[in-house]
Design a protein around this ligand. Structure first.
Ligand SMILES: [Zn+2]
Length: 436
């Protein structure tokens, strides 16, 4: 049984978030030009200083009225207090920047506001993201809902996009598909509850789905460009739901034990990554020096020791090594911050390959990754295993993880045919016995 509730009569909205984003973008651009740490910054002529100062003053005074945001709905206002504080911080910074009467005043503001870890420009940029996010969120409204397989599917929209018949069909199909997969696997008990659905490609960034443990709410972006990835992502989130709501605390403890036990130093793998990376990098130098080396090789030489470029190569030629590389880089928290304006590595930052060589012996990584993300924690390993096992099949899961997963979920999981226990399985079973 399901029905789509008709939309309310008044759906008129001020596209406030879009306006705000536009005004703040002008502020950001003006401030970026003034930024003293700007990588490409050159000493500025008095004329250039006067022009930039005026752009900062004009753009900030245009944006300020929009930053006096209030919400009429008291429930909304309460929920947004934390975010409204961020808008207040943004407002303070914008007032200070716009209040500078001379170039030296403006430079003083940059100096006062910067912290050890963040330039003033970076701070402004983050506040702007927050503010636009808050306002878009405040403008989201529920336009309808339907019931499906025990789910209450609440249709949300904002000026980012609206529902139409085909998107509602898409939402229905996506949910039915995941329900079938869960029921077939024996996890039908996870089906049912509240889903907030959005008629967009992504919730944010490249996120298709999300699960809020505190409120037991699933959120999905329905217009996902890749159905398979969206299905895996939604199943992953429901894996979290299963883990936190239906597995016993003993079973979770056993799973965390398995994750810890199987975490170690993948020294041989890292050495092989480094060898491959160095060889690839050296080969780019040869390619670029030949006549037909082309611009791509030129950039690979220039930036080839930073991970983004090597990852692009691995994505095509060695997805397994790519998974390991990302897992190791995450484990070591290797960062390669780039200058916002030039896109080149910031001064004093070593490229990823050199950081990796220096710190390889510190790396501790879960040794049987399902995906690079699965190595980030026991919870993510569980959710990734849950999703890949159910959507792509058990053969896609490294054996020790497969065995541990079957043990942890033995009460629920339907396995097509019994597989003989292996040595690895017996090892894992020791840790997970409590869960079965
Ligand atoms: Zn997750």
């Amino acid at each position: 049984m399901d029905s789509v509730i008709a939309r309310g009569p008044s759906r008129e909205k001020t596209p406030m978030a879009a306006q705000l984003a536009e005004l703040l973008e002008a502020v950001r651009l003006a401030v970026a030009e003034a930024e003293p740490d700007n990588y490409s910054a050159k000493p500025k002529t008095p004329e250039a200083q006067a022009r930039i100062l005026k752009a900062v003053q004009d753009s900030t005074s245009a944006a300020l009225p929009m930053l006096d945001v209030t919400f009429e709905d008291p429930v909304m206002a309460r929920g947004l207090v934390k975010y409204l504080n961020r808008i207040k911080n943004l407002k303070k910074l914008v007032v200070r920047l716009g209040g500078a009467k001379t170039w030296d005043d403006l430079m003083a503001v940059f100096h006062d506001e910067e912290t050890r870890s963040k330039s003033t420009y970076r701070k402004l940029w983050e506040y702007i993201q927050d503010a636009v996010g808050v306002v878009s969120h405040a403008e989201e409204t529920q336009t309808g809902a339907f019931d499906l397989d025990g789910w209450r599917v609440i249709l949300m929209e904002s000026e980012r996009g609206a529902w139409d018949r085909s998107l509602i069909e898409k939402a229905r199909a996506a949910i039915e598909r995941v329900d079938r997969i869960l029921e077939r696997g024996g996890f039908g008990s996870v089906v049912g509850g509240r889903i907030f659905a959005y008629p967009w490609q992504f919730l944010q960034g490249s996120t298709y789905a999300r699960y809020r443990t505190d409120r037991d709410i699933v959120q999905i972006a329905v217009d996902a460009p890749n159905d398979q990835k969206a299905l895996i992502s939604l199943t992953h989130e429901l894996g979290h739901r299963f883990y936190f709501r239906q597995m016993s605390s003993m079973a979770r403890k056993a799973w965390r034990g398995f994750f810890e036990q199987e975490t170690g130093s993948p020294g041989v793998t890292i050495d092989s990554i480094i060898r491959t990376w160095e060889a690839w990098y050296a080969a780019q130098g040869t390619a670029a020096s030949t006549k037909d080396g082309g611009t791509e090789a030129y950039f690979d030489v220039k930036y080839g020791r930073t991970s983004a470029y090597f990852e692009r190569y691995l994505k095509q030629h060695d997805p397994d090594m790519l998974m390991w590389l990302q897992a190791v880089m995450n484990a070591l928290k290797i960062e390669e911050p780039v200058d916002e304006t030039t896109g080149a590595l910031k001064r004093n930052v070593k490229p990823g390959l050199d950081q990796l060589i220096e710190r390889k012996s510190e790396a501790r990584v879960f040794m049987h990754p399902v995906t690079s993300y699965s190595t980030s924690s026991a919870e993510e390993l569980f959710a990734e295993t849950f999703a890949h096992y159910l959507v792509l099949g058990p053969q896609r899961i490294p054996e020790p993880v497969r065995v541990a997963f079957r043990d942890a979920t033995a009460r629920w999981l339907r396995v097509a045919s019994a597989t003989p226990q292996t040595a690895a399985g017996r090892v894992a079973a020791r840790y997970l016995a409590a869960g079965s």
